[in-house]
Design a protein around this ligand. Structure first.
Ligand SMILES: *[C@@H]1O[C@H](CO)[C@@H](O)[C@H](O)[C@H]1NC(C)=O
Ligand SMILES: *[C@@H]1O[C@H](CO)[C@@H](O)[C@H](O)[C@H]1NC(C)=O
Length: 451
């Protein structure tokens, strides 16, 4: 009787329980929403936004590596004896308006957001019980930034809310103590990183947990599998949460949820595992920098190209902005976000909810990337250059007599085309002046009934 009863009670499907082993955790299917939504915004914000110089790795480059530009910057702009901790009260966030941020993020066409709840400096953007006097409630902004943004996002937008969390902290004495013991002691994860992780999940219920910063310590030191088993089995977000692959030395591109592999990862070919290209609009930094030139920012053409290449190859794009210490999304970031949203408003059907096609980019014409909606039998060809000839040769789609139809998204009516048999097709684009085009920066052909 008992075995039968156990069988009947045995968890199935989404009720399956996971063991704290990679074998078990890696077998968890990625919640489908993540692949469908395709595009998210990454926000790097913290005390590093105060010096706003060089990179969010400011503290490390200045104090640990003693890089000359950083040392000089401090000598020039701050009194002798000024410590990194003294930047804390200067993280004022007086213009931070979570509702305004939410509206800008929504306007970008992004479908999820990932905020740095804590970067390697250890400063928590929420009032952590485990980060005494080094958190946004006690110091600097004097408010719970994570709560404010989570609330605004959930109230005003359809975006999913995610949190980035750094496992290690550059200068935390407990971490340094464990490191000096080659991670045979576990004071830091026991007292700091694990309690924090449980705290942010239960308090804010993020649907993405974007882990980072293993500090060269193995996942056994971090007890990542123990934590993930709880996250997948018993946490309030167990059914919908998505995680990445940065859970300990050697786990990247190998274990966890989706793969990030490296910063700005964009392989240009299809991968067998779901992945994400996390990249920055400011080519050199994740955190805000005051010392940028306009040419340091990717143009909207370059950003659209990243999105299209990434999605064609089965990835998601996570595009980063760095707000200022006083809580503003700089106008140049806002403009890029709104441009992206404008482009997606027209071309979004070639992005959201698509699957990779049998080939990713065209074999004849460069700058043409394919996506696919198997249900509708539609192939999308996004082309990044408008051909001067007025015709676009596509080497891969094979037309079907009497069935194939071609449209330019955002333009009424069907386009003329000729078949090249096995060699593809030539599409005649409408003759439009630049301001008659449905948009700039990339266009989409919708191909119905092609092989
Ligand atoms: C790891 O985490 C799990 C789940 O919270 C816990 O049961 C286990 O005791 C932890 N192991 C260590 C070594 O801390
Ligand atoms: C297709 O994309 C790959 C990866 O970016 C590139 O190496 C190849 O040259 C592209 N094909 C064409 C025809 O441009």
């Amino acid at each position: 009787m008992l075995p039968l009863l156990l069988l009947l009670l045995a968890p199935q499907g989404c009720g399956a329980r996971y063991e704290p082993t990679w074998e078990s955790l890696d077998s968890r299917p990625l919640p489908p929403w993540f692949d469908e939504l395709k595009f998210g915004i990454f926000i790097h914000w913290g005390v590093f936004s105060v010096p706003a110089f060089g990179s969010e790795w400011f503290w490390w480059y200045w104090q640990k590596e003693k890089r000359e530009p950083y040392v000089k910057f401090m000598e020039t702009h701050y009194p002798p004896g000024f410590r990194y901790e003294d930047f804390g009260p200067l993280f004022t966030a007086e213009f931070f308006d979570a509702n305004q941020w939410a509206d800008i993020l929504q306007a970008s066409g992004a479908k999820y957001v990932v905020l740095t709840s804590k970067h390697h400096e250890g400063f928590t953007l929420w009032g952590s019980k485990y980060s005494w006097n080094w958190n946004a409630v006690n110091l600097g902004p004097k408010q719970d930034i994570v709560a404010a943004l989570a609330t605004a996002i959930r109230k005003r937008t359809d975006l999913r809310f995610g949190l980035y969390h750094s496992l290690f902290e550059w200068f935390n004495p407990l971490f340094l103590y464990d490191a000096s013991n080659v991670f045979n002691t576990r004071q830091f994860p026991t007292a700091k990183s694990l309690p924090e992780l449980y705290e942010i999940v239960t308090k804010y219920q993020p649907e993405i947990l974007w882990s980072d910063g293993d500090g060269n310590a193995p996942d056994t030191y971090w007890n990542s599998t123990g934590f993930l088993a709880w996250l997948y089995n018993d946490s309030p977000v167990r059914d919908t949460v998505v995680t990445n692959d940065r859970w300990g030395a050697g786990s990247i591109c190998k274990h966890g949820g989706y793969y990030t592999c490296s910063d700005r990862y964009n392989p240009g070919h299809l991968l067998p595992h779901k992945w994400e290209n996390c990249m920055t609009i400011d080519k050199q930094s994740w955190g805000y920098r005051s010392n940028t030139k306009l040419s340091d920012y990717l143009t909207i053409e370059e950003l659209v190209k990243q999105l299209v290449e990434t999605v064609s190859c089965g990835g998601n794009l996570l595009m980063n902005i760095g707000p200022t210490h006083d809580g503003r999304i700089a106008i140049v970031f806002e403009e890029r976000l709104r441009q992206m949203g404008f482009w997606l408003k027209i071309n979004g059907e070639a992005i959201y909810g698509t699957k990779p096609w049998r080939t990713q980019n065209d074999t004849i014409t460069s700058g043409v990337w394919y996506t696919f909606k198997p249900k509708d039998d539609v192939v999308y060809a996004v082309f990044l250059n408008w051909p001067v000839s007025g015709t676009l040769e596509l080497g891969d789609p094979k037309t079907i007599v009497g069935e194939t139809e071609v449209e330019l998204i955002g333009h009424k009516g069907q386009l003329k085309w000729v078949s090249l048999g096995e060699k593809g097709m030539i599409v005649t684009l409408p003759q439009l002046t630049p301001n008659q085009l449905p948009c700039q920066w990339g266009w989409t052909l919708k191909l119905t009934n092609v092989n």
